[in-house]
Design a protein around this ligand. Structure first.
Ligand code: GLU
Length: 296
């Protein structure tokens, strides 16, 4: 079976040069491996994703000359599928409902810090969830659910890791963008604490939807930015419990702007639309990013 790669942007804006690098790297690796390249639109976050950005992304990718195989998958059309996966995790007792608001969580963390307790942060810099609704009385939870109170579903990370050996969560990863061989690695999912798996304001989280889609789409190779490297530990844990075979992973370094900023923070001048309008060609972008071999 030929390998299957995918590019999976979130339509929260047009693409910037960092996305172009990721898409072109996927294109190159898929071509070299004689594989397929899929496009997946990750629009589960209904608060931030907008349909006009989907069109903008397609225009950008078309302009870059990247051709995808098969139909584009839009995650917002598959919420039921993600809900079924969440249901399997719930049946295993691994998720619990959380009714806490952002401010309640922030207050709880602040109170613990004021009491002199250092409080851990996750790899993205957010304080670890302080467990407000973990082991909440079942009758209280049932009454709130019956009253239709909005809630997220969080993973009980201690329970999800109970009885699991490190090797159960190992996966194959290419150490960088150019590596030819994978190494077997594990990444501790506990660093994320009781992370949100089903959001309060959307029927899935990016993490759950992505893991389900890699399996359903037969993705063999996930190539994406190093900002998601630590999240792979959590993804691997979800794969374990959903009994999905893990793909191989490759996390590439993120491009930074000349002043060293992350591109998302200084994206204005670096969007593909802005570069296109200022007269750059797709071949210029490919050359600038080191994909000068590619045939347009
Ligand atoms: N949708 C994510 C993003 O645009 C990427 C997810 C992935 O490649 O796994 O940041």
């Amino acid at each position: 079976m030929p390998p299957v790669f995918r590019f999976a942007p979130s339509p929260t804006g047009g693409l910037h040069i960092g996305h172009a690098y990721s898409a072109l790297l996927n294109e190159k690796l898929a071509r070299e491996a004689g594989g397929r390249l899929l496009l997946r639109v990750e629009d589960t976050d209904t608060t931030r994703c907008r349909p006009e950005f989907v069109d903008a992304i397609c225009t950008d990718l078309d302009w870059l000359g990247i051709r995808f195989n098969g139909e584009t998958r839009r995650q917002s059309e598959h919420f039921e599928t993600y809900e079924q996966a969440a249901g399997r995790l719930r049946e295993k007792g691994l998720l619990y409902p959380c009714f806490a608001s952002r401010s309640q969580i922030a207050e709880s963390v602040a109170a613990r810090q004021a009491a002199g307790e250092g409080w851990p942060r996750d790899p993205d810099g957010s304080p670890i969830y302080p467990g407000l609704w973990r082991n909440a009385p079942p009758d209280v939870v049932a009454a709130r659910i019956a009253a239709g109170e909005p809630h997220a579903w969080r993973i009980d990370i201690a329970r999800a890791l109970d009885g699991i050996a490190a090797d159960d969560l190992a996966f194959e990863e290419y150490p960088d963008a150019d590596a030819r061989e994978t190494t077997r690695v594990t990444r501790d999912p506990a660093v994320w604490g009781d992370f949100v798996i089903v959001r309060k304001d959307a029927p899935a989280s990016f993490h759950l939807a992505g893991v389900v889609d890699e399996a359903l789409q037969g993705v063999t190779d996930v190539v994406r930015g190093s900002d998601l490297q630590q999240a792979t530990g959590l993804h691997r844990l979800l794969q374990h419990h959903l009994e999905f075979k893990p793909p191989r992973y490759r996390h590439h370094a993120l491009l930074t702007s000349e002043d060293g900023e992350k591109l998302s923070k200084s994206r204005g001048s670096q969007t593909l639309a802005a570069l296109r309008e200022s007269g750059h060609t797709a071949q210029d972008i490919r050359t600038q990013l080191g994909f000068w071999n590619a045939r347009l």
